[in-house]
Design a protein around this ligand. Structure first.
Ligand code: GLV
Ligand code: MN
Ligand code: MN
Ligand code: MN
Length: 411
């Protein structure tokens, strides 16, 4: 029998707890990064909320937090998302999946569901890579998709290593790395997430977008760092012919990225971060690091896209007398979510199946366990920015849909 809908005030109460944590007064929105003060505060909040629900909370060797209903063990149904954000990010990317998971547990209890297998709500470490540069850090470490030694040495903008930051958060960096027993316990993983872009609108061109969508796949995506080295000098005394200014090929990177994606419908490439060294208004930089985010159909197509951009930058660098080195920081090939699970959820929820250009922990887990994603309608599609939004009524629909999905998995 259908129970009454989830009370909006129950959602609002959890949401208002989070609203005050990790606000970024300089950039707007939220800046919550792996193992920083905001992240530790969010972890405490999650632990308290989970314990209030009688769930058993543990932090795994990679700093991912798990709240268990039932004894951890094989065939576990896992849901959740992440609590960190991009710099100056929105409120929904990540936390919506965590809050919805907690409320879905409440809802399952209201429905009188008695799980026949363990259920866990998981919060993954540093999904955005906003502090240490590597996205899906916690899920990649857990599944062995990245080398733990390299990860321990990653550092943030202030020079603190990930190992130091983890230690401060009570996570022993020496123990970070693959966690095959934990991965083996996961029977299925369902991550609810705010919609990013207008995927639900494009799935229903004639009518209003559906409130909920089911993910089919994530396009290939990666991050590259282009380091351009020139000659540091005085901005006031160095004439044009004497300059070896790495900012010139850095600017060319931005333009080459736009040109390359304009020639390839469906491709995207972004320079969202650039760091001149030393970074003074009256100084010609000696070096500029430029980060390129590129996403396209599959690994080969994305590689070819990036090659074209890099070739253009190399040409500009040579003209300016600058050197270029390129470092691929991460790359994920196209991921298909479990097609059977996606079809079943789409039928069960009456929701369209849509692809996404955003990376997720569910995408990392999909290589190991049947994984699925539910997307909650976002009226503007804006994400990774303070304007990210979902209506409370749609968030409630999301909680109900997640509870429906988990209920079937728990049978
Ligand atoms: C993470 O959200 C990404 O897609 O970059
Ligand atoms: Mn994100
Ligand atoms: Mn996310
Ligand atoms: Mn993501």
């Amino acid at each position: 029998m259908r129970t009454p809908p989830v009370e909006p005030s129950r959602f609002a109460s959890l949401w208002s707890d989070l609203a005050v944590i990790g606000r970024d007064r300089l950039r707007g929105g939220y800046s919550r990064h792996g193992f920083d003060d905001a992240d530790l505060h969010l972890r405490e909040w999650f632990t308290a909320q989970a314990q209030r629900r009688g769930l058993d909370v543990e932090t795994d060797r990679n700093g991912n937090v798990w709240a268990w209903w039932g004894t951890p063990g094989a065939g576990a149904v896992v849901t959740g998302s992440h609590l960190d954000s991009v710099p100056g990010g929105g409120a929904f990317d990540g936390p919506l999946g965590v809050v919805s998971a907690l409320l879905a547990v409440d809802e399952l209890r209201v429905r009188g569901v008695r799980p026949t297998r363990p259920l866990a709500v998981a919060c993954f470490t540093e999904e955005e890579g906003g502090r240490f540069g590597l996205a899906c850090l916690g899920s990649r470490l857990m599944t062995g998709a990245v080398d733990a030694d390299q990860v321990r040495r990653l550092h943030d903008g202030a020079g603190q290593t990930l190992a130091e930051a983890a230690r401060r958060a009570g996570v022993d960096p020496a123990h970070m790395g693959p966690d095959p027993e934990r991965v083996a316990m996961i029977g299925s993983f369902i991550e609810l997430h705010v919609e990013q872009g207008r995927l639900l609108k494009s799935a229903s061109p004639a009518g209003a977008p559906a409130a909920i969508g089911v993910g089919s796949e994530i396009v290939a995506h990666g991050r590259w760092r282009l380091s351009l080295t020139g000659e540091g000098n005085h901005a006031g005394t160095t004439v044009a012919d004497d300059r070896h200014d790495p900012m010139i090929p850095a600017a060319a990177t931005v333009l080459a990225a736009r040109r390359a994606i304009t020639a390839r419908p469906g491709a995207v490439a972004t320079v969202g971060r650039i760091q001149p060294v030393p970074g003074g208004t009256n100084v010609i930089a000696s070096r500029v690091d430029v980060w390129l985010d590129a996403r396209y159909l599959d690994g080969a197509a994305t590689g070819e896209l990036v090659d074209e951009i890099v070739a253009a930058v190399r040409e500009e660098a040579a003209l300016e007398g600058c050197a270029l080195t390129v470092h691929r920081e991460s790359m994920s090939d196209r991921v298909d979510f479990d097609p059977g699970l996606a079809m079943q959820l789409a039928e069960q929820l009456g929701a369209p199946i849509v692809p996404t250009g955003a990376g997720h922990d569910a995408g990392v887990l999909a290589a190991h366990v049947p994984s699925a994603m539910l997307f909650v309608r976002n009226p503007t599609g804006i994400s990774h920015a303070p304007g990210e939004h979902a209506e409370t009524a749609d968030c409630i629909t999301g909680v109900e849909a997640l509870a429906d999905a988990l209920e079937v998995q728990l049978r």
